[in-house]
Design a protein around this ligand. Sequence first.
Ligand code: UD1
Ligand code: MG
Length: 464
Amino acid sequence: MSPPPSIQAVILAAGLGTRMRSKTIKVLHPILGTPMIGHVVQSALDAGCQRVIPVLGHQRQRVQRWLDARPYADRLHYAFQDEQKGTAHAVWSAREFFEGQAEYTAILCGDVPNMDGPSLRNFFAAALDSASPVSLVTAVLDDPSRYGRIVRSRDGDVRAIVEYADATQEQRRIDEINAGIYLVRTSFLADALSTIMNRPADNAQNEFYLTDLVELGARDGGVFGWAVDDPALIQGVNTRADLANATAFARHRINHRWMLEGVTFLDPANTFVELGVELANDVTLYPGVHLEGATRVGSGTIIETGCVVRDSHLGEDVHLKANSYLSEAHVDDGSAIGPCAHLRPGADIGKHCKVGNFVEVKKARLDDGAKAGHLSYLGDAHIGKQANIGAGTITCNYDGEQKSKTEIGEGAFIGSNTALVAPVRIEQGAYVGAGSVITDDVPPRSLGIARGRQRNIEGWADKD
Ligand code: UD1
Ligand code: MG
């Protein structure tokens, strides 16, 4: 068997996307944390494209900066379209990549984000099988709105695409539309584009239409139209309403996959799991949970309503109670966090710890079994095994110029409403009396107490 033909993908992403009414170019608007163009590039790579050529124009530095920071950056080659003169002109801007290398060129739109890798791969396979110089994805829609219409001959062959703006009333009644996803033999593409670019853009929008490729293909070797089974896959995003629909579709797909892997969602329509998140089986997610970035969650962990977890790692059987917010934090097996806890970068919670309501932790390690039940700030600290941090304990880690560390030993007991002025050490097994302001180290197994003595004045209320 001969090896499969090589495919490169050109992604059209130069337009601003005026209907988004945004300062940000359309393709950078995120769907579950990843800009639209990221979804399209990933699908192209997943479908087997050797290299990907984004065509950039508006805000090209911003788009390129985002793409260049991705792990697949070395497979990207950029083309630039300074003035947006239409979709054919956009592909033409990438013509230096038509020589040699790839036998086929896929053309994708940066604003059609839901076509996933496996679906794209199916399209490629069918298109290659048809041996047509031009293949394209079509869909039959209840409301074909302003998409380009597929014109077929009486025997069903694809003859042309007519843009909505150019279509007759009769053509507008056609319900089969052009999805804007193509696979074209590269040599054919180069010739056809030079034909399109060397004649006037004689249409209602005065643009060079890529869709004219289809008429040229129909005259020279035939065009293969591949009807997608789920039209939601090819939904274009032009407005914020489309963006919400695309997000709903992506969310449904991701959540459904995790349900098959053994994750319970109490309300999958209201739970947002980004693409890079990893979940073990028997995780339970309540409504309103957002799991973002490179978050990983271990088996048996429960995450209650309203929690946001970003770039964090939760072990097994963790209980994350309602409305907690975690960012770059680590929580080990069997610990309970929240409700309303805030774990900031560098929070490192050991096994079977308890971090209760209104406790903020930053760059602090709690060893196994340590507890901070209520209303505390623990920053730049190391808290030993089984230590107990009373309600209202504050590590005073910042003197206005520099940060200093608080060390609390194994089994230490910090009374309520204590201020620990760092740098300071509370040694193993030591106690601190409630209401203390501790500025000196407390030796092992001693009591540190630092507060005004109480004085009772008898009969005070009876004085006249
Ligand atoms: C295009 C198709 C239409 C199809 C629809 C599917 C043409 C002429 N029409 O219409 O048949 O039904 O997509 O979504 O191709 N772009 C550039 N440079 C340009 C023009 C566009 O990079 O000069 C990019 C846009 O940023 C966008 C994509 O190409 O990502 C599609 O362009 P858009 O103007 O949205 O085309 P549609 O009118 O949607
Ligand atoms: Mg569009």
